[in-house]
Design a protein around this ligand. Sequence first.
Ligand code: NAP
Ligand code: ZN
Ligand code: ZN
Length: 350
Amino acid sequence: MIKTLGYAAMNSKSPLAPFQFERREIGATDVQIDILYCGVCHSDIHQVRDEWGGSIFPMVPGHEIVGKVLKVGPKVTRFKPGDLAGVGCLVDSCRTCDNCKDGLEQFCLNGWVGTYNSVEKDGAPTYGGYSKTVVVKEDFTLKISPKMDLARTAPLLCAGITTYSPLRHWKVQAGQRVGVVGLGGLGHMGVKFAKSFGANVTVFTTSSAKKADALKLGAHEVIVTTGPEAQKEFASHSGAFDFILDTVSAPHDLNAYLQLLKRDGSMVLVGAPPKAPEVAAFSLIMNRRQLGGSLIGGLPETQEMLDYCAEHGIASDVEIIPIQKVNEAYERMLRGDVKYRFVIDLGSLK
Ligand code: NAP
Ligand code: ZN
Ligand code: ZN
């Protein structure tokens, strides 16, 4: 076994603290990665605090991992020591079901294995990227271009693919009006991708202080949903949008946004508040609107997204923190005080 160090929560009430644990020995098809950076996703907070239920402790969170390959097993063909590598939310799936064969491992019919808060096929718990090193199957390891800034690439492994995938699936393109609700880690990547695909982007934010940033990130228009003009703005945008991407992490009213969709428009939830939303039938019946959801993305699409970002110079806007500041970072995220993703520099973990 490989001894390593990480930061873990021992239960849903405890802050994260240093934790020693073991990774499996490198198998024939495994890659061992020296973790350099790991992004902090709001899903880490939901799971550490057991807001979705079923959390497994001790929990080492982190599924936005980039680093350098240390060692590879004898059957590994795509990686060698020294290569850059990334790991997202998935570390295994059956690879034989229809969804896996379609490259949609996140919908594996036989159950996928999450990077943390999950169990391997042999029953061993998985531990995430708030740690020095990780051992991952080659098939679940992503290539990172040496052109990329590594800290700014880490968030692409979850926030990036989670926004890229629905924008591609719903064929967002030039000439369309797209709304992005919530300007956090996911939201700011949603703005960058939608803009890059040629859409006219409107950001809906509760934070008036984010207005200038939203425009800098590529939004054409910003609506502050807590402002005095909000009601008028919603009314004047009724039926205006082709597509709305909802990235909000807390319960909020979906009906107000559904009203903004034009005929056959779609609103897609990627934000995952624990409490079920209330949707009025008439919000959907009128204009034949659709409400959908989307979960991260499969391995082929994650690689496609990383390659797209390398080619188009797209990366996350980050604040790099030492791991000792991770509990504070959680509190700041809950206050909406992050621009726009915290990324842990694992060099700080000694
Ligand atoms: P984040 O950085 O904390 O951003 C969430 C944003 O939501 C905040 O910045 C804020 O934006 C807005 N918000 C927060 N509380 C709100 C409230 N009460 N009412 C309205 N807006 C509010 O979080 P994230 O990492 O982007 O994650 C967002 C959500 O996506 C989380 O629930 C996470 O678990 C989920 N997620 C889902 C997937 C998936 O595969 N579907 C993948 C990753 C994450 P403003 O300040 O602009 O209002
Ligand atoms: Zn995530
Ligand atoms: Zn499968």
